[in-house]
Design a protein around this ligand. Structure first.
Ligand SMILES: [Zn+2]
Length: 482
């Protein structure tokens, strides 16, 4: 593959590219899903291709091919250069890339069990046992369980002297029970909604969450929600579990800190951002003093954990919010210099070989605090715990949001007194994070994967993880009706 990369580089440079990079990607995916005892999705796919990105006269061109051959790579390089020449005629300013060191390196996801070597019988067998437990109660009308695996081998080379090989592995599993009765439909999922939890690891994720051991509890909670009272309305103390906190971080801290959105280059899907450079310069208070939100593409298990991003910039760890104060954006080699930064912090990623890299949310986590869960409950007078995301909505500037969760647990005078259905809450990003007053410790902290973050035109999907432990926010509007 290295010789193919060299051929693509040589072709692009010979045609006049001032900068060029090539990514050859061999992508293998497998999905196994069961619905009410029947396999509803058994897919295995593999793709191989190359994407070439060039700068000519200060403008980008990109082209891709699913034929990794000398002839095809030369043709693709020529296409990318032609597109760049055309783009240069309408450019507003020259693209200037922040410097970075040239490296030759290999990076691979650490794992114990290769999921592609585990038999389909074993995977379906476990899902069938879970399915049987979920459907033991007649109120459960839909039992869904699934596993997904992806292996992405990348060969990257750029004209700034880097050649990087990466072997990334992602695995995920989970299930849900949908109960119907008395005009109500209620769902419970484990370990989180939207297909389970996913991490950069091997098949060992399946045993790590004891899926079968939790099936009975999740099923019974779905059924109990059918007759549970509605979530009360008013201002309460809100405790979010890890999976819901992950989406809260994703939507109200992740997207608003993508520098392309901040600068107005990007407004698809998720809109723009309230977080503008002027706010950053004045030391914007994003949250309370205990709020430390850390981007980390080196954290073990993160879906965005890798050696290098698609600019060939080494993965790093940095604060987005430190002791409540805004510190950093997510940048690329192209966007970092636009706000006076000397170097990129490695957030440029592409979906497969056939897309150009764009600014992406990295792994982004709320650092753990010092509380035990029991102490946190004991310290709460009038609150609601909300677990596992069910719905979300956030405005185009990423300030006003409303989230719905699968289950609420009422806390009165330091004790959990019962469950409520259809719990939801709303808030304003800096006010909400400003009311964060207690975070559980490392023992309760985990990484929660997002596998479907959509962005760009044409649309691209990216994966990242958000870490968090149960966290309390004071004085939050809950139980919004209508
Ligand atoms: Zn997203």
């Amino acid at each position: 593959m290295k010789s193919y990369c060299l051929e693509a580089m040589d072709a692009a440079k010979a045609l006049g590219a001032g900068y060029a990079d090539v990514r050859i990607i061999d992508y293998r995916r497998e999905a196994v899903a069961l619905r009410n005892g029947c396999p509803c999705n058994l897919t295995s796919s593999q793709s191989l291709g190359a994407g070439i990105r060039v700068l000519v006269n200060g403008a980008w061109g990109f082209a891709s091919t699913n034929q990794v051959s000398t002839a095809s790579l030369k043709e693709t390089a020529a296409k990318a250069v032609a597109i760049a020449r055309a783009s240069a005629q309408v450019k507003k300013q020259d693209v200037k890339l922040a410097p970075k060191p040239a490296v030759e390196d290999f990076w691979g996801t650490p794992f114990t069990i290769d999921p592609f070597r585990v038999s389909l019988e074993e995977k379906l067998g476990l899902l069938s046992r879970i399915d049987a437990v979920l459907r033991k109660k007649p109120e459960v009308k839909v039992a869904s369980s699934a596993m997904q695996f992806a292996r992405e081998k990348q060969w990257y080379m750029d004209s700034d002297g880097s050649f990087i090989v990466q072997d990334l592995l992602r695995s995920g599993a989970g299930f849900s029970a949908t109960a119907v009765g008395g005009g109500e439909v209620q769902i419970r999922s484990y370990p989180q909604s939207w297909g389970g939890n996913h991490k950069a690891m091997g098949y060992e994720i399946v045993t790590a969450y004891d899926l079968l051991g939790n099936a009975e509890r999740i099923r019974d909670e779905a059924v109990a929600l059918l007759t549970a009272p509605e979530c009360p309305s008013g201002k309460k103390d809100l405790i979010l579990d890890g999976p819901q906190l992950a989406l809260q971080i994703h939507e109200s801290v992740g997207h608003p800190n993508e520098l392309d959105r901040v600068l107005g280059f990007e407004a698809n899907y998720a809109g723009r951002s309230f977080m503008v450079p002027e706010l950053h310069r004045t030391g914007f208070q994003y949250g309370s003093e205990i709020v430390n939100l850390v981007a980390d593409c080196t954290v073990p298990g993160g879906l965005a954990t890798f050696g290098y991003d698609d600019d060939g910039v080494r993965a790093e760890r940095f604060h987005v919010v430190q002791n409540g104060i805004h510190r950093n954006w997510f940048t690329t080699r192209e966007t970092a210099p636009l706000v006076g930064l000397e170097r990129s912090n490695g957030c440029n990623r592409a979906d497969g070989f056939n897309n150009i890299p764009i600014t992406r949310i990295p792994n982004l986590s709320l650092m753990p605090g010092s509380w035990t869960y029991d102490d946190l409950i004991a310290d709460t007078r009038d609150g609601i715990i909300m677990e596992v995301n069910k719905s979300w909505s956030i405005d185009q500037m990423r300030r006003n949001f409303q989230f719905g969760c699968e289950i609420g647990r009422v806390v009165k005078n330091g004790r959990i007194t019962g469950i409520v259905r259809n719990p939801n809450y709303q808030g304003d990003t800096p006010v909400f994070w400003g009311n964060c007053d207690a975070i559980c410790n490392q023992d309760y902290w985990d990484l929660w994967g997002v596998i479907n973050c959509g962005k760009g035109q044409p649309g691209q999907t990216a994966e990242m993880s958000h870490g968090g432990a149960p966290t309390r926010f004071r004085n939050v509007e809950v139980g919004i009706r209508g």
